[in-house]
Ligand binder design. Structure first.
Ligand code: NDP
Ligand code: NHF
Length: 276
């Protein structure tokens, strides 16, 4: 029986499924966040770069669910790397979200060309030690970037949020992270913008289990040990994305899904990708 929560390497409990919020803005974003919480999501994923933290904050307030029942993740944008800039950006994020702490804060991209991600990680550690963030992590970090922050600070990130789907299973990074007890959180878990949900392998397995294709893909993630943050603005799909605990993929299903690996690199290579 798979659990709906996962324990991070510092003992904090995180819901295994969250609701993504990119590229939602304004009222649509606020309404989607409220609906997601009403439908049962307890983890909301946002980022300063999305320009929607104020809208997300309103959606959280509107939901009337107690703060301590929610798990809010945000991310530090590229233009805010550096020790003091990180601290300032974090307080702005709290203000925009109308919160007094974050559950998880991630460095959105390593931006190795700026060479500031270690200094940035040190600021994350300071904020964590002040009790302003329950857990700290990274996003789009390759093994080399992870190794460097661990070697230079001794502090292991709780989570690395990376692009991951059956088309891009990230086997090497996942196995490496497992050794350090770093939770692998999949972004674009449904393969946004691809034909993944329409492939016959997925639709046939869906028919076999009497489930929707998205539920097959999300269940595959869970059985690999990934956390997932699918984005949907539709209550029906939100329900589908949450209801993946009443069936199990068998070994044959898992093997078939593994044949979808396209052996491609992430579309935005973290070594060269720059995002403000
Ligand atoms: N750290 C990073 O660099 C990144 C983080 N992210 C985060 O990850 C989240 C999820 O990734 P995202 O790129 O949005 O991709 P997803 O794989 O979650 O795909 C989202 C798309 O799938 C559709 N969808 C959702 N549920 C279903 C369903 N049950 N059946 C059919 N279609 C469905 C949505 O449409 P509809 O809304 O119409 O239902 C939307 O078009 C983002 O929202 C963001 O929070 C994303 C990219 C990068
Ligand atoms: O988090 C994000 C949302 O998706 C975008 C497009 O893939 C990314 O660039 C961004 O980092």
């Amino acid at each position: 029986m798979l659990s709906k929560t996962i324990t991070l390497n510092n003992g904090v409990t995180m819901p295994i499924i969250g609701s993504g919020t990119w590229p939602l803005l304004g009222n649509e974003c606020t309404q989607t966040v409220t609906t997601a919480i009403e439908q049962g999501f307890r983890l909301i994923d946002t980022a300063a770069r999305y320009g929607n933290e104020q809208a997300v904050g309103k959606g959280i307030k509107q939901s009337k669910v107690a703060r301590e029942e929610l798990f809010i993740t945000s991310k530090l944008r590229g233009s805010a790397h550096g020790y003091q800039k990180t601290i300032d950006a974090f307080y702005q994020t709290l203000k925009d979200l109308q919160l007094d702490y974050l559950d998880l804060y991630l460095i959105h991209w390593p931006l190795p060309s700026q060479n500031l991600y270690v200094e940035t990680w040190k600021a994350f550690i300071t904020l964590y030690n002040k009790g302003l963030i329950k857990a700290i992590g990274v996003s789009n970090f390759k093994i080399a970037h992870l190794s460097r922050i661990i070697d230079e600070t001794g502090i292991i990130p709780a989570v690395n949020q990376i692009q991951l789907s059956p088309y891009l299973p990230q086997q090497e990074t996942r196995l490496w992270m497992a050794k350090y007890n770093i939770v692998c959180q999949a972004w674009s878990p449904l393969g946004r913008g691809t034909d993944l949900l329409n492939t016959s392998i997925i639709t046939n397995i869906a028919a076999k289990h009497n489930k929707m294709p998205a539920q097959i893909v999300l269940r595959w993630h869970l059985q690999l040990g990934n956390s997932i943050i699918p984005k949907s603005s539709h209550p029906k799909r939100m329900q589908q994305n949450l209801n993946i605990f009443d069936f199990e993929l068998d070994k044959e299903d898992m093997v078939l899904i593994s044949t979808l690996d396209k052996h491609i690199k992430p579309k935005q290579d973290p070594d060269t990708y720059t995002e403000e």
